[in-house]
Design a protein around this ligand. Sequence first.
Ligand code: GDP
Length: 458
Amino acid sequence: MIEDTIAAISTPIGEGGISIIRISGSDAIKIVSGIFKSKRNVDLKNVKSHTVHYGFIYDAENDEICDEVLVNVMKSPHTYTKEDVVEINCHGGYIPSKRTLELVLKNGARLAEPGEFTKRAFLNGRLDISQAEAVIDIIRSKTDLSNKYALMQLNGSVKEKITKIKNGLVALIAHIFALMDFPEEDVELLNDGELIDGINNSIREIDEILKTSEKGRIVREGLNTAIIGKPNVGKSSLLNALLNENRAIVTDVPGTTRDIIEEHLSIKGIPINLIDTAGIRQTDEIVEKIGVERSREAINKADLIIFVFDNSRPIEKDDYDILKLIENKKVLYILNKIDLPSAIDIDEVDRLSGGRYVRLSSVTKEGLETLENTVYNMVLSDGLSHDEFLLTNMRHKDALIKAKGSLMSCLKTIESGLTEDFVSIDLNSAIDHLGLITGETANEDLINEIFERFCVGK
Ligand code: GDP
């Protein structure tokens, strides 16, 4: 049982329309009623749940009105944290919100840690861990598509699938215990169709989910993309043409290295992280000046390379050198500057690109849409159906791979003729790995690590 009441400013600090101070815990209503003067003499302690009240925040010690506010009172259990929650809407701005928060803290609340409201929602059983992680994905989503998948996860898409597999495994353990209760029947586990089919079924279900994780990773984290080519082929012009139409609004995430990933755009909903654009922008001679090493680094990190040929110049040694660097990568070939007279050996472009290249002019924008469609099709192959499931979180993927490993070793255990005890150990280990996704088996360190990534007030 969580005892104390927490408070934080839940809106960004700075000037704005309103600032919201959120308070959660058993004393939330009492604390706010101690600093709130209602315009209509309403006592917050007696109001109905989910009602809004107009009045002032009052500093009794200095006999001073701090701000004019609206107060939302939401009583347990139908709240974000399942506890009593009060939200004070003050005027947006640093001073009103800071003074109000100070008064709330003086009256008995404790300053919330990052993510602590959502952590309470988890600890109080309103969300599982996968849903709590979806909350932060919603806040950080870079495109409509990533937002859509985070919302699906918040609504329980991951929880549902994992719980189903877990329940299947729990039923198998119950089945094994039942066998152990009747040892005289001496059933051979290897011939136990229910057990073997059950395990294989769960492995299949896990594989189905894992199959979606590559698309899912890209939808959540973005497609790492590098535009590569010799100097003056039009890399920065192409970058600017793409950015003009597709720049994604992304807020800084603490801890990401800004000097490596410089630009974010959205191509038909797919978040694109353009790698090393600083290098591309600052120099005309990318390979020479920033060094092959650095381009190699960018190339290594990239899920997709956009390689640019220059239609107005012949293919040169530089082109071949760079093409060598990207031999093993997924490459989208571009023939840029098609608005200029052609001086390139088209047959050679055809040969080098395997006949698949997009004709483009970064100046007239001809071909830009084809480029975008090609990126979309390369990444999502056959696209995405309306409510197709994707596993977007790589922590979940890792846990699923481990759960599958336990199930495979379970099959081996059965094959090698070991007893029910050993089989149930493997099954339990699979259940434990799945429990890391939903949270039942997550230890305190993992839980803290997840919630530390949140901002204060969420
Ligand atoms: P980078 O060194 O590969 O980044 O090349 P830039 O983007 O700086 O382009 C080199 C030169 O080619 C600049 O003068 C651009 O204006 C020009 N350029 C780039 N793309 C096109 C294009 O599609 N058509 C024409 N006509 N000029 C282009």
